[in-house]
Write a protein that binds this ligand. Structure first.
Ligand SMILES: *[C@@H]1O[C@H](CO)[C@@H](O)[C@H](O)[C@H]1NC(C)=O
Ligand SMILES: *[C@@H]1O[C@H](CO)[C@@H](O)[C@H](O)[C@H]1NC(C)=O
Ligand SMILES: *[C@@H]1O[C@H](CO)[C@@H](O)[C@H](O)[C@H]1NC(C)=O
Ligand SMILES: *[C@@H]1O[C@H](CO)[C@@H](O)[C@H](O)[C@H]1NC(C)=O
Ligand SMILES: *[C@@H]1O[C@H](CO)[C@@H](O)[C@H](O)[C@H]1NC(C)=O
Ligand SMILES: *[C@@H]1O[C@H](CO)[C@@H](O)[C@H](O)[C@H]1NC(C)=O
Ligand SMILES: *[C@@H]1O[C@H](CO)[C@@H](O)[C@H](O)[C@H]1NC(C)=O
Ligand SMILES: *[C@@H]1O[C@H](CO)[C@@H](O)[C@H](O)[C@H]1NC(C)=O
Ligand SMILES: *[C@@H]1O[C@H](CO)[C@@H](O)[C@H](O)[C@H]1NC(C)=O
Ligand SMILES: *[C@@H]1O[C@H](CO)[C@@H](O)[C@H](O)[C@H]1NC(C)=O
Ligand SMILES: *[C@@H]1O[C@H](CO)[C@@H](O)[C@H](O)[C@H]1NC(C)=O
Ligand SMILES: *[C@@H]1O[C@H](CO)[C@@H](O)[C@H](O)[C@H]1NC(C)=O
Length: 835
């Protein structure tokens, strides 16, 4: 009895996210039942390091998980009638003309009922085909197919920014799975699991160390360790690549120079390269960030960037390796110079060198010319290198886009660049066709995405953020895929095929980037994060008055970068004529990039008919409202197929955080521009919060007033902190709102370096308690702040609390460490009010 009861329990087991989209969970609510499955698996390679062997294992595990059916795997044809065969290359055994269509890494998937044939052009192509078949089964797609699939481009890379000390630059999902304490970790289980995930989305190489490279990575002891990483990647067809420190010849080569034309330096790089290939025969290549943000490079010796890149290219060419050379080169600038413009730098540096880079060099270009902002125009360098290989650099790591603590599904943003037509020579020149080499007839090309996978079970620190990694791989293979189609596949694999689950997460995700753009920085004004500190919360004034060149040029009457040729920096002139004509003209520039290209009055009328300032106000309110809607949407999925308790609670926590932080963003930005422009909000919302009780206006005991900086990140510019960091503070007030049911929100600052505790009560009856520890215990992985500011500002909410007019509401804060139990305000939200 007991056994059969257990068997029929619903299959909603707690999941920690480690299997990501490769869960192979039993199908939920499948109408058609299991398909005719083959009787056994033949994987035509018995070598364990072969991706073909891996494919056999993966099929066995997948079928077992999805259908609870165990199939045997053999490595020769002799065994069975109904079989999958996995063949490395097409041969006399595999008769189909379709196989002639296969290109490098491509595969042929031929499903006819229980007879399934998977043929790869290469070993890893066969594995890709196996993953494709398993993905179909896991989504309940049992159709017959005869599918030839080839990659859009040969370079489908990931750049991890892992440091030798085990930290990850812009890492929000835990420590490095590769490095710790200066060496390569001994247990590479997670590295192998990562390769499995990447292989399933057809990523073929990983740069395992930060672009700001440390020379110790390529020292002899560590190279052996890199070799171990390559060993665990190999069965998945994933290759290792390394970022190089340009100054290594001096730093550990004992040379007095790193001049790329110095014979000793050339010898040094030749030797290093030979060492690497001795240990890793299938090493993919180098990534170089030179002369960028303080990194050493060829310009130090008056050598060109091409001369720099070509030294590595020559060294690695005999081994078949490639060099990815980053275009992210710019100088510090003076904002008082009206024509100074960081966005112009890449074209200025690289365009004159077009044609000078060797054939195994690829210039790796970010999607826009600044730095992974919430919206940027397509990078003009894509239209200026007609005789040079190029690749697109995306960022799955949400450095400026909520740091995986805000849901932001990125493909709709990427889409604005990929499908942008640069009109080179007045001909169709989509960015997606330039990076694949198609437009300018280049043989090498592709993409790299900066990814911050870490040791957290969820990989990125957030279950929902994984859709971005999944989508990146799918797109790198086929740039014509639609963001929402990819998303639906990912949801079905990650959660379930339940229609409500698929529709709801699709709706949330597709609305997430527009929402984030609305409440962070819109009209092409950039993200408005604090660029001098965490890159997380709002701090618009950090963009100006710095040499970094991410300026908004906001003053009391005007805002925006004039990037026109006629009266500005001339950046618009870096685009081909037809694109230039659009961006040069204020009338023709689309609203969503108007402040990127033009310096206008706050009262300038947009195409939408609104003024710039009113658009700011409306968009920030709209964006925060959308972020709030994610909470009930997610809550509506509780208990649905595939929504286990563990992932449900984790995502719910994050959506509540995003909702609260979107209010912090909204208020900070609208307050800032209201303050600087003095122009009121037509809808009367800005500075008007009828349901808030400012902490500073409450009766305080053991608390004192604190002026928050930047001012706009606290309601009424003021917070309260305990008078000492060892004694409790109390803030109380008598409620003057009408009696009724409210959601009680408490805005406080969750700083790094303390776990203050808070208790909220009504008439001395506890409503709730919490600890301000979300960054201290790593519950959220964003870059923490040790100040009261837009990064630490957050909200705790207690829902549906019955409140009577005249009740005494009290918050008791108990400080901890350097965190003086800081409070900003209390808000009593009637049903349906967002504030
Ligand atoms: C089997 O895989 C190994 C390792 O990848 C490879 O060296 C070998 O050529 C493969 N054998 C065949 C018959 O494809
Ligand atoms: C390079 O790595 C070594 C070993 O982990 C470390 O001691 C050193 O500080 C690092 N250098 C830089 C510039 O990060
Ligand atoms: C540099 O010099 C040190 C000390 O003489 C020596 O241990 C090291 O092997 C040399 N490094 C290289 C790359 O030759
Ligand atoms: C590079 O050129 C500049 C000016 O042409 C000169 O002042 C400088 O000394 C040169 N630097 C080197 C390292 O040759
Ligand atoms: C493309 O380049 C190849 C050499 O790489 C050349 O043979 C071919 O003619 C070129 N095609 C076009 C359309 O220019
Ligand atoms: C993963 O991160 C979550 C929050 O982001 C944290 O609560 C959890 O402790 C982390 N787990 C691991 C295994 O790192
Ligand atoms: C032209 O540029 C100057 C700065 O050189 C600026 O002050 C002025 O506002 C600009 N004029 C227009 C119409 O944008
Ligand atoms: C390309 O387009 C520009 C802008 O529309 C136009 O001025 C130019 O004459 C065109 N060039 C050719 C060769 O058609
Ligand atoms: C801003 O408005 C003023 C007054 O209407 C006008 O003189 C000025 O040219 C405008 N500036 C810009 C940059 O449009
Ligand atoms: C705003 O803060 C000031 C102190 O900075 C305080 O005097 C004033 O009462 C506050 N206003 C409200 C509405 O709480
Ligand atoms: C906050 O709590 C964490 C987890 O218990 C602990 O590691 C940390 O030391 C605490 N911080 C302070 C300042 O007490
Ligand atoms: C109290 O705060 C001060 C100033 O921020 C700090 O120096 C001190 O270490 C804190 N005390 C404790 C117990 O953390």
């Amino acid at each position: 009895m007991l056994v059969s009861l257990l068997l029929f329990l619903p299959a909603v087991l707690a999941e920690n996210g480690r299997q990501a989209w490769l869960r192979y969970a039993p199908l939920t609510g499948s109408k058609t039942g299991p398909p005719a499955l083959p009787q056994s698996i033949i994987a035509l390679n018995a070598t364990q390091s072969s991706p073909v062997f891996t494919a056999g294992q993966e099929l066995q595990n997948g079928i077992s998980g999805i259908f609870n059916k165990h199939l045997t795997v053999s490595s020769s044809h002799s065994s069975a009638s109904h079989a999958w065969s996995l063949v490395q290359r097409h041969s006399s055994r595999t008769h189909s003309e379709r196989l002639l269509e296969l290109e490098v890494d491509g595969f042929w998937l031929n499903v006819k009922g229980s007879a399934v044939q998977i043929v790869g052009q290469s070993d890893r192509g066969a594995l890709y085909g196996a993953f494709e078949y398993l993905s179909m089964l896991a989504r309940g797609n049992f159709s017959d197919v005869q599918l030839v699939s080839n990659p859009a481009a040969p370079v489908r890379w990931v750049n991890q920014w892992d440091n030798m000390d085990g930290s990850i630059t812009r890492g929000f999902g835990g420590a490095s799975i590769f490095f710790d304490n200066g060496v390569i970790v001994s247990d590479l289980t997670r590295a192998a699991e990562y390769a499995r995930l990447l292989s399933s989305i057809r990523i073929n190489a990983v740069v395992v160390n930060d672009v700001n490279a440390n020379f110790t990575t390529i020292q002899p002891g560590n190279l052996q360790g890199i070799g171990r990483i390559a060993d665990v990647f190999r069965p998945y067809g994933v290759q290792v690549a390394l970022a190089l420190d340009f100054a290594s010849p001096m730093e550990f080569g004992n040379l007095t120079t790193y001049d790329p034309l110095d014979p000793g330096v050339i010898q040094f790089w030749d030797d290093i390269t030979e060492n690497i290939y001795d240990i890793i025969p299938d090493f993919a290549g180098y990534l170089v960030k030179a002369d960028s943000e303080g990194t050493p490079g060829p310009l130090m010796y008056n050598r060109t960037l091409a001369q720099g890149a070509n030294v590595f290219a020559k060294a690695i060419e005999p081994f078949g390796g490639i060099v990815m050379y980053r275009a992210f080169v710019y100088n510090l600038l003076d904002e008082s110079v009206w024509t100074a413009d960081r966005a112009k730098a890449a074209v200025d540096f690289f365009q004159p060198l077009d044609g000078q880079f060797l054939d195994n060099v690829i210039i790796q270009i970010k999607y826009g010319p600044i730095d992974f902002q919430v919206r940027e125009p397509a990078h003009p360098l894509f239209a200026n290198l007609l005789n040079t290989n190029v690749a697109l650099e995306l960022q799955v790591a949400q450095e400026y886009l909520g740091q995986q603590c805000h849901l932001v599904y990125l493909p709709p943003l990427w889409d604005t660049v990929l499908n942008f037509d640069l009109r080179v020579n007045n001909e169709t020149s989509l960015v997606k066709d330039i990076i694949t080499g198609k437009r300018f007839n280049r043989t090498l090309g592709g993409s790299a995405a900066v990814v911050n996978v870490g040791a957290n079970d969820t990989w990125l620190g957030s279950h929902l953020a994984m859709s971005n990694l999944y989508a990146y791989g799918r797109l790198a293979w086929d740039w014509s895929l639609q963001p929402d189609d990819i998303l639906k596949d990912w949801i079905q694999l990650t959660f379930s095929q339940d229609k409500t689950v698929v529709d709801t997460i699709t709706q949330m995700s597709m609305a997430s980037w527009p929402a984030y753009e609305n409440y962070s920085g819109n009209l092409g004004e950039q993200t408005l994060n604090d660029i001098l500190y965490t890159h997380f919360g709002p701090n618009p004034q950090t963009l100006d008055n710095t040499p970094w060149g991410q300026w908004t040029r906001a003053d009391h009457t005007t805002i925006g970068m004039d990037r026109t040729v006629s009266n500005g920096t001339g950046y618009s002139g870096q685009y081909p004529p037809e694109v230039f004509e659009v961006y040069e003209s204020l009338e023709k520039t689309p609203d969503d990039l108007v402040l990127w290209f033009h310096h206008v009055n706050y009262t300038h009328l947009l195409h939408s008919g609104k003024t710039v300032i009113q658009h700011f106000y409306d968009a920030h309110y709209e964006g925060a409202k959308t972020a709030w809607s994610f909470v009930p949407m997610w809550e509506s999925l509780k208990g649905r197929p595939g929504i286990d308790e563990e992932r449900f609670e984790d995502v719910l926590f994050r959506q509540n955080f995003q909702a609260g932080h979107s209010i912090v963003w909204r208020d900070a930005i609208v307050n800032f521009y209201h303050n600087i422009s003095g122009i009121r909000d037509d809808a009367g919302r800005v500075g008007n919060h009828p349901w808030r009780i400012e902490a500073e206006s409450m009766e305080l005991d053991g608390y004192e007033l604190y002026t928050v900086s930047p001012f706009e990140t606290a309601s009424n510019f003021t917070a309260i902190v305990t008078s000492t960091n060892s004694t409790t503070g109390t803030a109380s007030t008598r409620i003057s709102f009408p009696s009724g049911k409210y959601d009680i929100g408490i805005n406080y600052f969750d700083m790094y370096g303390g776990n203050s505790t808070y208790t909220v009560s009504l008439n001395n009856k506890t409503v709730g308690q919490w600890e301000g520890n979300i960054v201290d215990i790593g519950k959220l992985g964003h870059t923490p702040s040790i100040y009261l500011d837009g990064h630490s500002a957050t909200r705790m909410t207690f829902k549906g609390v019955q409140v009577k007019k005249g009740d005494v509401l009290k918050v008791v804060g108990n400080p901890s460490g350097v965190e003086p139990a800081p409070l900003d305000y209390v808000v009593l939200l009637p049903q349906g009010v967002i504030d």
